[in-house]
Design a protein around this ligand. Structure first.
Ligand SMILES: Nc1ncnc2c1ncn2[C@@H]1O[C@H](COP(=O)(O)OP(=O)(O)OP(=O)(O)O)[C@@H](O)[C@H]1O
Length: 263
């Protein structure tokens, strides 16, 4: 059994217990449990429509939850108190699938959006910080005055990542970070994400369909299906896990190719 929960005493960044979500009379998550260790890179996989994006939205408070608990660094993430929510909001950053940059703002202004909302800093400091964040994600300072439409897909992802890092959060959520990138850009993005996680000591929760990403940067992978986490473990452990979808996913031609590349 590759349990989605960790033993008591583990240093946990994200703890989910008994999560229930749904739309109308359809339940999507049916009592989902999951723990993410502090400092680990956890990948979330599952078939299309299994509820990966809705789970992310539920964790960060964008999706109503019918039952259950979500804790981020020991704080109740579902607490409706706006003061507590605001304090907790500074603990995480998120990169949505398409980067979700504001098209009418420059890259620099995009990175400054969370700074303006949560920090009170002089303009010159915010400008310097946004340039530093861009450098951190491998973009040159001359990207600062550009608009998202003037960037390539890979650069937009990096700009989105810079914005996710704006408040220097210890936890990052990434929704399909390599979707739409060519294989070379995707591999470079994976390398960057792992490097940032290691150097900044970040905890990463990333949704992906990209087997190369799972194999190359994730410490553990959680498999979502049937409204819960079916199993959570290393890619090697999951390959041996006896469940038809998991077997097909990791043992199929693409899974074997991705694992073979790393061998
Ligand atoms: N606002 C909504 N109203 C009604 N149903 C929704 C809503 N948002 C999502 N759903 C449904 O919830 C289910 C899970 O959606 P979700 O986007 O989380 O899937 P996913 O696992 O991320 O899929 P994919 O891998 O294709 O991105 C889908 O059946 C979807 O149609």
């Amino acid at each position: 059994m590759l349990s989605p929960t960790l033993p008591d005493g583990e240093d946990v960044a994200l703890r989910i217990r008994g999560l229930v979500t749904g739309f109308g009379d359809q339940l999507l998550h049916k009592g989902l449990d999951l723990d993410v260790r502090r400092g680990e890179v956890l990948g979330l996989v599952g078939g299309s429509g299994s509820g990966k994006s809705v789970l992310l939205r539920a964790i960060i408070g964008l999706q109503p939850v019918r039952a259950g608990h979500v804790e981020i660094f020991g704080q109740n993430a579902l607490d409706p108190d706006p003061v507590l929510r605001r304090a907790l909001r500074r603990q995480w950053g998120v990169l949505f699938q398409d980067g979700a940059l504001f098209s009418g703002l420059t890259v620099s202004e995009n990175i400054q959006v969370p700074m303006r909302e949560y920090l009170r800093l002089p303009e010159s400091i915010m400008a310097a910080l946004s340039t530093a964040r861009l450098r951190q994600v491998g973009l040159p300072p001359d990207a600062c005055p550009k608009y998202p439409s003037e960037l390539s897909g890979g650069m937009r992802k990096r700009a989105g990542l810079a914005r996710a890092l704006a408040l220097d959060p210890p936890l990052l959520f990434l929704d399909e970070p390599t979707a739409g990138l060519d294989p070379i850009s995707a591999a470079a993005f994976d390398t960057l994400v792992r490097l940032l996680a290691d150097t900044l000591g970040l905890t990463l929760f990333l949704i992906t369909h990209d087997l190369d990403t799972l194999v190359s940067i994730c410490d553990r992978v959680a498999v979502l299906g049937e409204g819960r986490v079916l199993a959570c473990g290393t890619v090697d452990e999951l390959r041996r896990f006896n469940h038809p979808w998991v077997q097909q996913y990791f043992g199929g031609p693409r899974g074997r190719a991705a694992i073979g590349k790393q061998a």
